[in-house]
Design a protein around this ligand. Structure first.
Ligand code: WTA
Length: 682
């Protein structure tokens, strides 16, 4: 039995950090309190309205929640606010004008003096002025209007949050594409969002090397043009000083020239945005090839972030908060940029790799900045815990008081490592569960739980108030404690996405249809267990989505990329368990006649993956040549069988899980693939 599984039931695994005792809320019984916030619609509305009242609104709502047309829920109907206003103007109004909002550190490091070569601090007023200039330039020079979606393909540099806030100010929206995606992936997303403007950089620093970005954008634009979509302008931030950047004089403009003659004091009027207007689109992976554009709101999203920043991160004015994710993923949108700024926190943002130039870069940063609240990922923890403990011990990490992880399940061993070695066994710590679609964290272990809910290593903790989560069986009935089932959300929450951009039908089909006989259940795509104490344990994806180092990639995306290569007849991708990255892609590939398996061809296919999806998939992928990919009679790939093969598990009763599969055929296929794999491994 897995260690996580054993812990569900064992009392000796409970941990109560000593410092929680003075930090817990004044709530005697969290369970009772939680129940009171979800008992009916009025209770849910009352809970969220209480939080909404703490925020700034140009105009308050007529209705907290309109659920008359599910699953198209509408939060804070009739209200008006603006994310840039909440993050900057409102902070200044509250006396934070000269408080540091953002501490940015670049990757390049001077080993002689053991200091980063670049570190910049921005006050709320600095960011306010810088975003106003950008907003002005976008509006006046490029005619960006309310409702327009700009695509950003940027590394972790301050201009990224600045452009995000600039478009929010003028009522436009962004679609950010992670800088590890390929030209093709970028082109598809830019076209789907209908962007005519892309903001990028000349390149980025990664582990001491410079990786070009502008060239990728140029290639993406060519793809867009071939398909009849015009990108009119590319704004390029000069990050690396690389010489000889390809340049199209009519289309490309340097960011510093774009804003050069605009006064530092320029002010752009903040657009009063409807609560349900679009703040951003973020494309994420599903079970079919085409990425889905999760469309986020403004009012509800802000309330969801503000609440969780306070509740789960317990953010106070003197905290130094650091979320070590990339802004290209939802974690960075919500918990590097919008969440921390709107709560007036001082947030750290780091450009590069955690182990550059040495594996103590992060610990060094925590010490130098006095980080008190830290948000990280299981993959990073597992990677960094491999190095000698001295890397941690030589730094003073005593400022840390809260450490959470996100993105994938955390194994108890990794949890214990960080809890002990980073957290001195005296921090609030947990694995917070949420998704691109949920916009905000929905479970966690937070200071308010301390008194009665000690934490258990590896758990996702308890649902936050006002949100109903359930683990259900195939028919939608609640599972018994300890029993594995599908993880569903059974009540709407404010940070939720509103639809899939331009595809409401898919929104209903993918997320809200699986259990529709039971009611409006949001299907997360995850397996989970609820233990006897009500703790949630998310086990991983129940669908064909991979989590590679926490990055979300659909197996179908990989497969449709593979068959674009002339040598590939078909392929089936599954996740293989990996000690550090959680899982890595394993791609069973059948070649077309006339092509012969070889290491060269494998290399070529991997570079093909790099070009079609990006290094996130390509760098960890194994391509395995086989004669056939096992399928059910209806032609579906037998993924469970493949998963059993790659994880070295027995075939067991997996055949019963593949509806129409013939047992005998499946067994044959299993044996054949196992041998193929063993051979490849030798
Ligand atoms: C997984 C990331 C276990 C889960 C914020 C979910 C987690 C998917 C956790 C969403 C966690 C996220 N424990 N699994 N604490 N957090 N997941 O959209 O499978 O990139 O469905 O959002 O990540 O990934 P996404």
């Amino acid at each position: 039995m897995e260690e996580r599984e054993r812990i569900y039931d064992e009392f000796e695994h409970y941990i109560v950090p000593s410092s929680w005792k003075d930090r817990v809320w004044e709530i005697e019984d969290y369970k009772k309190f939680y129940e009171s916030t979800i008992k009916d619609k009025e209770a849910i509305e009352k809970w969220w309205e209480g939080w909404a009242n703490k925020l700034f609104w140009f105009k308050k709502w007529d209705k907290v929640l309109d659920d008359s047309n599910p699953p198209f829920y509408r939060w804070f109907v009739g209200a008006e606010t603006n994310l840039a206003y909440l993050c900057l103007d409102w902070q200044i109004e509250q006396g934070r004008k000269n408080k540091v909002a953002l501490i940015w550190e670049g990757e390049p490091f001077d080993e002689m003096i053991r200091r980063p070569k670049e570190m910049r601090k921005f006050t709320f007023y600095d960011l306010y002025r810088r975003t106003n200039r950008i907003a002005y330039a976008l509006k006046e020079k490029l005619g960006v209007k309310k409702g327009e979606i700009l695509t950003f393909y940027l590394p972790m540099i301050p201009e990224l949050p600045e452009y995000m806030l600039a478009v929010q100010r003028i009522g436009a929206s962004h679609s950010i594409v992670y800088s590890g995606f390929s030209a093709l992936a970028l082109a598809e997303r830019a076209m789907a969002a209908g962007s005519r403007i892309i903001v990028t950089a000349d390149g980025l620093y990664r582990r001491g090397k410079i990786i070009p970005l502008k060239e990728v954008v140029d290639e993406a634009i060519e793809i867009c043009e071939e398909r009849g979509h015009k990108i009119e302008k590319v704004i390029v931030v000069k990050r690396t000083n690389r010489p000889a950047i390809p340049w199209n004089r009519r289309r490309d403009i340097w960011h510093h020239e774009f804003i050069r003659y605009i006064s530092e004091n320029v002010r752009v009027e903040t657009e009063r945005m409807g609560s349900e207007d679009i703040s951003y689109i973020l494309y994420t992976s599903g079970t079919t090839g085409a990425p889905k554009g999760a469309q986020h709101s403004i009012g509800g999203y802000a309330v969801g972030l503000y609440t969780t920043m306070k509740l789960i991160f317990d953010i106070n004015p003197d905290d130094i908060y650091w979320c070590a994710a990339d802004i290209g993923w939802v974690t960075g949108h919500s918990y590097i940029v919008y969440g921390p700024l709107m709560t007036g926190a001082t947030a750290v943002m780091y450009e590069g790799a955690p182990d550059y130039p040495k594996p103590d870069r992060w610990w060094h940063m925590i010490e130098r900045f006095g980080v008190s609240v830290f948000y990280t990922t299981p993959t990073a923890v597992r990677a960094l815990m491999k190095f000698p403990l001295d890397y941690v011990k030589k730094h003073d990490l005593s400022t840390l008081r809260i450490i959470h992880s996100v993105g994938e399940p955390i194994n108890p061993e990794a949890f214990r490592w960080y809890y002990t070695n980073l957290g001195r066994e005296d921090v609030v710590a947990s694995s917070t569960w949420w998704m691109t679609e949920t916009g905000q964290m929905l479970t966690g272990h937070f200071p308010g739980l301390g008194k009665i809910f000690p934490l258990k290593p590896g758990t996702n903790g308890y649902p936050i108030p006002g949100v109903k989560l359930e683990v259900v069986d195939e028919d939608g009935n609640p599972c018994e404690p300890g029993e594995r089932g599908y993880f569903v959300i059974t009540s709407p929450w404010p940070g939720m996405f509103m639809t899939l951009y331009k595809d409401p039908k898919r929104y209903i089909d993918v997320y809200w249809s699986k259990f529709n006989e039971k009611g409006m259940y949001f299907y997360t795509g995850d397996y989970a267990v609820k233990d006897k104490d009500g703790y949630i344990w998310v086990l991983g994806r129940a669908d064909d989505v991979l989590k590679i180092a926490g990055h979300r990639i659909g197996t179908a995306e990989v497969e449709s990329a593979m068959i674009l290569h002339p040598a590939v007849a078909e392929s089936a991708c599954v996740g293989r368990p990996h000690e550090i990255k959680g899982e890595i892609p394993y791609i069973f590939t059948v070649l077309k006649q006339g092509f012969i398996p070889s290491p060269d061809l494998e290399g070529e296919l991997k570079s093909h993956l790099r070009n079609t999806i990006g290094p996130i998939v390509a760098s960890d992928a194994t391509v395995l040549f086989v004669d056939m990919v096992p399928k059910t009679r209806s032609g579906k790939i037998m993924r469970r069988l493949l998963k059993a093969v790659v994880s070295g598990a027995p075939l067991g009763d997996t055949t019963t899980l593949e509806d129409e599969a013939a047992v005998e055929e499946a067994e044959k296929a299993y044996e054949y693939l196992k041998k193929a794999m063993e051979k490849a491994e030798k």
